[in-house]
Design a protein. Structure first.
Length: 143
């Protein structure tokens, strides 16, 4: 009798865990919107909730080296500290030139590099970047 009860409890716990994992996977698989592409500054108290494409990548920074990697974009360093909605057309075009010449698998690393360097991605590019990152995650899920 006790064996049967323990088996039923084990099955219920397993089912509950499977449900939680499935629910979490479903939320993370949803594409983020442009407004969700926010770069939180270190020490500002903003924490990643783990449900957005870029936010998740940023949360992985703790496990990644803080060494800055450049993607032939050293000229963007002069734009450090400018808010994402304050770029001129020419400055936005500089970001576009870098973005459209890189491989899709390099986009997430480029975003990490910009974040580490304190460079905000222009608002006009955020949707396109999110699309590439979301497609890349769908095609090549992280395990």
């Amino acid at each position: 009798m006790w064996i049967l009860v323990l088996c039923l409890i084990a099955i219920a716990v397993t089912a509950a865990c499977a449900e939680l994992l499935t629910r979490n996977k479903g939320e993370k698989g949803q594409p983020a919107t442009g407004s969700e592409l926010q770069q939180s500054e270190p020490g500002t108290g903003q924490e990643c909730c783990g449900q957005h494409a870029i936010c998740e990548k940023e949360s992985l920074l703790a496990a990644v080296s803080r060494k800055i990697e450049y993607y032939d974009d050293e000229e963007l360093d002069r734009l450090q500290g400018i808010p994402s909605d304050k770029y001129t057309r020419e400055e936005e075009e500089e970001f576009r030139n870098v973005f459209y010449t890189m491989l899709p698998e390099d986009v997430a690393g480029w975003i990490r590099s910009l974040q580490l360097r304190g460079i905000a991605l222009p608002d006009s590019l955020k949707d396109e970047v999110l699309l590439i990152v979301s497609e890349r995650r769908t095609d090549h899920p992280v395990t």
